[in-house]
Design a binder for this molecule. Sequence first.
Ligand code: NAD
Length: 501
Amino acid sequence: MQANENTIRAVVEEVLSELVRKPQPNHGQTNGHRKSGGIPVLSGAAGGALPSRNNHVAGKGNYGVFDNVNDAVAAATESFAALQKKTIADRARVVQIVKDMCEQNAEVWGRAEMAETKVGRVDHKIEKLKIIKLVPGTEFLKTDCYSGDHGLMLEEYAPFGVIGAITPVTHSLPTLAGNIINIVAAGNTIVVNPHPNGAKIACTGVQAFNKAFAAAIGIENLVTIIGKPTIESANEIFHHRGVRVLLVTGGPAVARAALQASKKAIVAGPGNPPVVVDQTAELEYAAKCIVQGASYDNNLLCIGEKEVFAVQKIFDPLMDAMSRHGGYRLNAQQVDALTKIAFTPPKEAGGHPGLNRDLIGRDAAVLAEQIGLKVPAGTELLYGETDTTNPFVPEEQMMPFVPFVRAKDTQHAIDLAVEFEHGFGHTAMIHSRDVHTMTEMGRALNTTLYIKNGPSMAALGLGGEGYLSFSIATPTGEGVTNPLTFTRKRRCSMVGELRII
Ligand code: NAD
């Protein structure tokens, strides 16, 4: 048998990793373990109690969980050097591990994320982990080649090094898992500052993944994470010399902060996706799609339908259709009462109204209870007619109530959609059979995602064509992130030779 250098190295590393691994004494803990002062970890989901950290890479941390940014970046830097010596097949193994573990642990991890974050719906928390398999990996890597009279030129997609990632509470582990797949497939490693309210589940995932990575390819800290994240630790990552690129997924404040950092930032920022429905739309189907998209995880998705502009001609039948697909219509008094509970008036003229964060991501039935209403079982979404002065229209409210605004005609509906998307350039939807209207709206909205005749998630490969990521880079323009987003182009020129035709 002929063994190449990589094969020999892989075998040696595997043998060494087994030799150094020692069982960890269980100090009477049956349901998890704790690094002093650190994050308690669910052991069952990761396949039983974790063995002691093996010594493939940096000697600190706990399977990727670190107390401070410096140590986390140092470990990720060391892992990057180790990853560079590995094969693309090794990266593909890492990708597969993340996909398989998300699928296998979806139920346990989804429930843990729901219990910790207390926003969204448990069925969708579980589903968001199961669909991680749709995130692209090493198959996305490619080489561009130019061949001509002067020889041959290759442009290859190389890794940057350590990527600093900030993740949201709305999908803590799914965002992290998708980011790992994209970033490691491209040959980088990661240091993560998770949202504090979703940090435990993020650390659980990181430890489980790193344990499996160490066993598979002999590198433990491909992903490192701050166990007790703060705004300060996020800022340390933003300005750390060891971090080459930032990937930030979150709302306006963190998007702004990342854009001010003096390094490349890939920013998956906020949105306020409008839906236009014109008189040619298939109304039953449009209503079904709006309920499906807006109620997904109780409207936590940044791409989720947040407000509808429907033309006068079909407004009333569309409202009726909504109630046949899981929507519950609020009358004017009920809309008013919910608005008063969901928002407080702006502190200064022209400012944003205050959002009642206790209602974000709560069930439709819980919102209804707040105004003394009991809605039928199976109600997925509340909806009602408003005008554009209602704060549910301009604000990214992330709760399962959708305001419907009556537009004079299609142009008026498109104009309103442009106004209330606020130039985020994020996501917009239309329900129409008129291709000219679709074209006009696409041009006017200029959004990263534009969905015609489907629910919002169709743009992420869930019912439509395409691939998935939970980080859609909007202000910085990379779009739905994929492995190539985390690469730098390198050119290799052979002058005068190697064109063999
Ligand atoms: P958030 O902005 O409150 O928090 C996001 C992350 O940023 C967290 O880790 C948080 O700790 C950190 N953070 C917040 N302010 C910061 C600051 N000033 N400096 C440094 N770090 C800071 O958002 P969230 O509630 O977790 O998530 C919802 C928001 O994220 C919505 O606006 C949604 O549209 C957006 N989002 C966008 C995408 C996308 O792909 N474009 C995906 C998911 C969520």
